[in-house]
Design a binder for this molecule. Structure first.
Ligand code: GLC
Length: 423
């Protein structure tokens, strides 16, 4: 009986597709839906999409802005794709999701097609290309590359006669400058229990000689304990940091309320816009490091993929190829500060003129360390964000948080290894 009702429901669905649901061919026009970031990213995307439409009469692209929290966007994409939704054709994928989505069969493999015949494979940052592949096949085209940076108020450090911080310990001295210049915040970072926190803490562990699959080591304990102490002991980072995403940090820093901030490159361009209270007053450096290591930035970024459920894979592929051509990646980097995934562009004079820090910090991008490139990454990231957050909010000691994360990660790997999920 239930089976019959379900069958009738399916037949009805097929006969009467939901209005406005999914790309439709309307009087010869193909409509693609592209899901990506919001704010400045969306505004710039609309310009490039208009150029695509002009070059491809008969194809219209609707832009669907999605949440800026990486973890929320992941949940949304998983909801769409696991329900085989045909509503979305092109996805702006975080580098950490591609193997997971490819393994689930949610992404169209891109190799062996005319649109991807002449990709600049040798020019992609190795981490960007490696993240876009799964079991030897390409599932996404790199779109931008991220690496964590330390932003500091150059004007205040100069006026205070202090060099900017290079080590964990140097951050403690930031308290004096914070008080001297009466700033509400010393050091800001992404502390909410989401993927951003994972990237920050991994940078701390890596920059103290630590690592991820063996989290409960002296290097890791020391690094995490120091980050917790910055909040609770030295009060250089505010308690509120445990609720901050990238944009909360960027807005506070831009309003002149913080001395230091860990963030991605996009913030550089926004904070140098005309009218920004900190325009020209800040600079960037590699992230700080601990006594047992040297600075290591976390590699991040995005790539464009085509949903396996797209009704218009050919046009969707044309669109992602169009958007990822060298000149468009460069234009996007110039406009948004989201840096390109192509090595050669890091030495481009126009980009270097717009982002002078690139001259010295290009190696930071070329050597940024990826999170595990694995279809199991979202399990690992979820475990880490929960325990890192508990450590920051003192629900677990750093040692407990690392030990529990280690045990839970080992359990996940044991359960799924052999199911093709080994990182
Ligand atoms: C940035 C990075 C991405 C990372 C996210 C965490 O968007 O590009 O890789 O997962 O931040 O918040």
């Amino acid at each position: 009986m239930i089976g019959r009702i379900f069958l009738t429901f399916l037949l009805l669905l097929a006969a009467f597709p939901a209005p406005g649901c999914g790309p439709a061919r309307d009087q010869g026009t193909v409509t693609l839906v592209m899901a990506g970031g919001s704010g400045a990213e969306e505004a710039f995307a609309q310009r490039q999409l208009a150029a695509f439409e002009q070059a491809h009469p008969g194809v219209r692209v609707v832009y669907q802005a999605t949440p800026s929290s990486a973890s929320e966007r992941h949940t949304l994409f998983v909801t769409w794709l696991s329900s085989c939704s045909r509503d979305i054709d092109v996805l702006n994928l975080d580098v950490i999701w591609i193997p997971e989505f490819a393994a689930a069969g949610w992404l169209l493999p891109l190799d062996g097609r005319p649109e991807t015949a002449a990709l600049p494979l040798n020019d992609y940052l190795p981490a960007a290309l490696a993240s876009s592949r799964y079991r030897g096949r390409l599932y996404a085209l790199p779109w931008f590359a991220d690496a964590g940076l330390l932003y500091y108020r150059r004007d205040l450090y100069q006026a205070g006669g202090q060099p900017p911080p290079r080590t964990f310990r140097d951050l403690v001295a930031a308290r004096d400058l914070q008080e001297k210049f009466r700033l509400p915040y010393g050091f800001l970072f992404q502390g909410q229990a989401y993927e951003g926190l994972v990237t920050v803490v991994l940078e701390w562990l890596w920059s103290n000689g630590g690592g991820i699959f063996d989290p409960d080591t002296p290097e890791n304990r020391e690094a995490l304990a120091f980050l917790v102490d910055l909040i609770h002991r030295y009060q250089v980072a505010p308690l509120a940091v445990a609720t901050f995403l990238e944009e909360d940090c960027r807005r506070a820093f831009e309003q002149g309320n913080a001395l230091l901030m860990r963030n991605w490159p996009y913030a550089y361009a926004l904070m140098n816009r005309p009218g920004s209270p900190v325009k020209g007053k800040f600079a960037v450096l590699p992230v700080v490091h601990g006594p047992r290591g040297s600075p290591v930035s976390c590699f991040g970024g995005g790539a464009l993929g085509v949903s396996a459920y797209s009704r218009h894979p050919r046009e969707a592929l044309q669109l992602i190829r169009f958007l990822t051509r060298r000149d468009r990646l460069k234009a996007r980097a110039l406009a948004l500060g989201m840096l390109p995934p192509l090595k050669s562009l890091y030495y481009d004079p126009e980009l270097q003129a717009q982002f002078p820090y690139l001259k010295e910090l290009a190696p930071v991008f070329l050597t940024a360390r990826p999170r595990p490139i694995s279809p199991l990454y979202s399990f690992i990231g979820d475990i880490l964000r929960i325990h890192f957050s508990r450590a920051l909010t003192r629900q677990e000691t750093p040692a407990q948080a690392l030990k529990r994360a280690e045990e839970e990660i080992a359990r996940v790997l044991r359960r799924y290894r052999g199911a093709g999920g080994a990182p």
